[in-house]
Write a protein that binds this ligand. Structure first.
Ligand code: FES
Length: 130
C-alpha cells in the first residue's frame, strides 16, 4: 500500500510573521533523505486552502485522506515521520498517527499541491523549496 505525506508550507502555515508555528520543512526532508520510508512519499506544498486550520498536513493512503491541523511541535511532526516508517513496513494499520487523532478535521477541498513558500530562517538558509 502506498501513501503520501503532504505538508503545507504556504502563505500561512509555518509563517512566524503571521503568528503560526514553524513547520520543520528542513528536518522533514532530511528525515526522508536519510531514511526514506519505502512507498511513502513526502511533498512540501504551498497553501492547501484551509489556512484557518493552522499548520496543515494531509496523509493520503489507498483508503482516503486524513487532514490534520494545528500542528505546533517538533514531536508532532516526528510522530508523522514515525508513522510513515511504521506504515511502510506494515506495522500500523491506521491511516494516521493515533497520538494526533485530536488534530483531525474534515476538509471538502481536494488536495491541490502548489509551490511552497519558505518562512523560517532554517528553511531559507537550507534552500529546501521543492
Ligand atoms: S497556508 Fe497552509 S492551508 Fe493555507
Amino acid at each position: 500500500m502506498d501513501a503520501s505525506v503532504i505538508v503545507c508550507s504556504g502563505c500561512c502555515c509555518g509563517n512566524l510573521g503571521k503568528g503560526y508555528d514553524e513547520v520543520p520543512v528542513y528536518d522533514l526532508k532530511s528525515a526522508w533523505e536519510k531514511n526514506a520510508p519505502t512507498n511513502v512519499e513526502l511533498t512540501i506544498s504551498g497553501c492547501l486552502g484551509v489556512c484557518g486550520m493552522r499548520n496543515v498536513v494531509v496523509l493520503q493512503t489507498e483508503i482516503g485522506e486524513t487532514w490534520l491541523g494545528g500542528l505546533s511541535t517538533r514531536e508532532e511532526y516526528d510522530l508523522i515521520v514515525e508513522w510513515a516508517h511504521k506504515f511502510s513496513s506494515g506495522q500500523v494499520e491506521t491511516t494516521f498517527p493515533e497520538e494526533l487523532e485530536s488534530l483531525i478535521f474534515e476538509s471538502l477541498r481536494p488536495v491541490n499541491i502548489i509551490k511552497p513558500r519558505l518562512h523560517a530562517p532554517t528553511q531559507i538558509s537550507q534552500g529546501v523549496a521543492n
